[in-house]
Design a protein around this ligand. Structure first.
Ligand SMILES: Cc1cc2nc3c(=O)[nH]c(=O)nc-3n(C[C@H](O)[C@H](O)[C@H](O)COP(=O)(O)OP(=O)(O)OC[C@H]3O[C@@H](n4cnc5c(N)ncnc54)[C@H](O)[C@@H]3O)c2cc1C
Length: 348
């Protein structure tokens, strides 16, 4: 088996890994590779058939995100929320209607889906990304780090590991990592790894035509949150939301029927006229999740000080949104961590 050498290797082609790649290039460094286990880039940013099955929204205080979108000249737009929204708080009671204040700042979405950010970040580094390549072993050997994948061996001078902290245990480290680090890695919840998303595409925005915003909120129902997910140009009409985890173990067809029946009750029979239906259970995806926790709705504590240090004699840094001291868990945090990883390695 041949060994390929690069000055820098980044494990993971999600938002943090691609931000680091972009940052290396901004510093004039081209001698790097990105190794990605999935067959596509983006990690927890995944847009399929126009539906953001992973990350969708950012807010005005996500300044790293705003800066990157501006640098990459990507457009954003406000989450649609005009009209009556529905709150289902009791299965016996009739729906409760409410309206969002159209003057207060709404969550923002990226035009052409969140994957537009990923594609733009990766555009100058496509030839450096190797997909379908799972890293299984990392060894320190004098001044180099050896990386074993299922197919090929690599060496590098400096390594950025961006995979979710809990998945680091899937990689064998030959030289032992400090106990303080391994404990934190094992305990850091992977943000949104328990989420199930659903999205539906329609010919017409039938809910808007009824004066509804498309927002349907309920912790007690099959879909806990649903939102209008039409595109920025308003010529593709979609609804997208989060599925109740109680439906996880049903068959796909039983789950779909429960979801449609519930939405039919509040949005009417036209919900069944969808032209496309998509679902993704992130807990079933081994590239994001291993031992999933149910129902983690509060943002856990991220950015532990162990992630602000270098390992393997200054050659290894752990990155990724869960390591970020700012906006941990969010896309904004992933960008922050990607920038910080390159700064910590003092990449030249
Ligand atoms: C359903 C869902 C909804 C979300 N909604 C929002 C939202 O609205 N707003 C927001 O700001 N954030 C949201 N997030 C969070 C956001 O997606 C993340 O903050 C961000 O995408 C994390 O990027 P990352 O690069 O740190 O990690 P990841 O995207 O997880 O990237 C890590 C990469 O490492 C790869 N990998 C794993 N193991 C290996 C291995 N052994 N070898 C090689 N590669 C490996 C993975 O395939 C992956 O591509 C959401 C996430 C999900 C899942």
């Amino acid at each position: 088996m041949s060994t390929l050498h690069s000055k820098y290797i980044i494990i993971g082609a999600g938002l943090s890994g691609l931000t680091s790649a972009n940052q290396l290039q901004a510093r004039g460094i081209q001698d790097f590779k990105i190794l990605e286990s999935r067959t596509h880039i983006g990690g927890r940013i995944y847009t399929k058939e126009g539906i953001d099955l992973g990350a969708t929204w950012f807010q005005n205080h996500h300044t790293y995100m705003l800066t990157v979108l501006e640098q990459l000249k990507l457009k954003s737009f406000s989450q649609f929320s005009a009209g009556k929204s529905i709150l289902v708080y009791n299965s016996m009671a009739p729906a409760h209607y409410f309206e969002s204040d159209q003057n207060s700042p709404a969550a923002q979405r990226i035009a052409n889906g969140s994957e537009a950010l990923i594609q733009a970040l990766a555009s100058g580094a496509q030839d450096k990304i190797t997909l379908n390549t799972r890293v299984t072993k990392i060894t320190e050997n004098e001044d180099k780090i050896h990386i074993q994948t299922e197919k090929t061996a690599y060496t590098c001078d400096k390594l950025i590991v961006t995979i979710p902290p809990k998945l680091v245990k899937n990689i064998v480290f030959d030289s032992e990592l400090p106990e303080s680090l391994t404990q934190v890695l094992g305990k850091t919840h992977t943000w949104m790894s328990n989420a199930i998303k659903v999205g539906l595409t329609f010919k017409r925005p039938f809910w808007r035509e009824q004066g509804l915003s498309g927002t349907v909120i309920s912790q007690i129902s099959e879909v806990t949150e649903l939102y209008d997910h039409s595109n920025a140009s308003e010529n593709e009409f979609r609804l997208m939301g989060f599925v109740n985890e109680g439906l996880r173990d049903l068959t796909a067809s039983d789950r779909q029927e429960r979801i449609l029946k519930y939405l039919e009750k509040y949005l009417g029979p036209e919900i069944r006229s969808y032209i496309h239906y998509e679902e993704k259970d992130w807990a079933a995806d081994p590239n994001t999740s291993n031992d999933h926790l149910n129902s983690v709705y509060m943002s856990p504590s991220y950015g532990n000080p162990v992630f602000q240090k270098l390992y393997m004699h200054g050659k290894l840094v752990f990155s990724g949104t869960e390591t970020a001291t700012i906006s941990g868990g969010y896309m904004d945090g992933a960008i922050h961590s990607g920038l910080q990883a390159v700064a910590l390695l003092n990449a030249k």
